[in-house]
Design a protein around this ligand. Sequence first.
Ligand code: SF4
Length: 391
Amino acid sequence: MTVGEQALEHNCSLPIRNFVFKVASRCNLACGYCYMYRKGDDSYRDQPFFMDPRVVRAAANRIGEHLDKHGCSDRDREIWISIHGGEPLLYGKERIEDFVSIVREVLIDARFSILTNGSLLDKDWLTHLRMLNVHVGVSLDGPKNHHDLARPYPSGVGSHESAERAVKLMMSTPEGQAQFSGTLSVLDPALPAEELYAYFRKELRLFDFDILLPDHHHCDPPIAGDPPVYGQYLTQLFDLWMEEGNPQVRIGFFEDLLGIMMGKVIPHAFWGLQPLPVVVVETDGGLEPPDYFKSCAPGITKTRFNVLRNTIDCVMQNPIVDMILKPRQNLSQTCRNCVWLDQCGGGLLSHRYSLQGEFRNPSVYCADLIYLMEHVYEVLCSSASFAALFD
Ligand code: SF4
């Protein structure tokens, strides 16, 4: 089925199945680019440090009620729960165990993952999370010098040693590898793409490492250039991945773009026009759109809805959630006229933000995205066996 054959907006009779639970509202690192604490949104100060079990139970019940309301049978209740913070391991082993047990009591088909900065992840934690069947991803920005500058402790000391140790620990056993969902890196062109790729592939021998563009928008633009700085960087990274030609090596950011270019239906926040609705449950039970919107303006993710009082469906009234559910309705005229619209989708919504036009703008990374997409398209057209590789 191609993109054109699919409904391009979330059918509101369908349930939302992706939830982010903010179990801890504080972090033990002080990363300079952090949208939670360093982009002007101080609303975390009003949040309880940790999610109370009453909130966990209420949220699980609300999700169960949401699945019922949207007609999900007993065999159709799969949901994905991403455990986040701040730093989610600050929640502690006992609380995490209670969290998973409470949610599973109500939602037996819940799948759990956790994204950690790795600073607290040791053998005990891994065993504990494995027992709970929680997959683990680690934020890791690359080699030591680079990562330490980007992701220090509040003291200024870098966190690379602990993040790398956590990754190596998981890679050291088959069980750990099965539990590991890969690393996530915020790109910085100051680190040559070759060094980043070599670090993940040659040094750590990872097979799954995803990438993110830094949180910028039209009021806070990224570094630009000719050729576009991030476009060139992404293209270099893409070429390194292609040159290696190992289908086991997964970079979700590129895989999903390729899939969409080949006509697959892939809901993705960054690429294409298929909605990927995600609801955040804050530590106090607040229901919110995805947290990366915090990079746009202070308080922008706040809604009046809370699992202690409101249904999950209520949050669909929030203008940001509504935009996510209806990707075609909030495009700029430039994007509507763009030949890359089906592949790009206008870029990540938060990258489109401006004070004047709000979200009806092309992505602030538009030139970078076009640079990358043109290159990927050329590669795709020039390689007959390419499609088979990623089938
Ligand atoms: S952001 Fe740029 S590349 Fe993407 S659809 Fe809009 S105009 Fe096209």
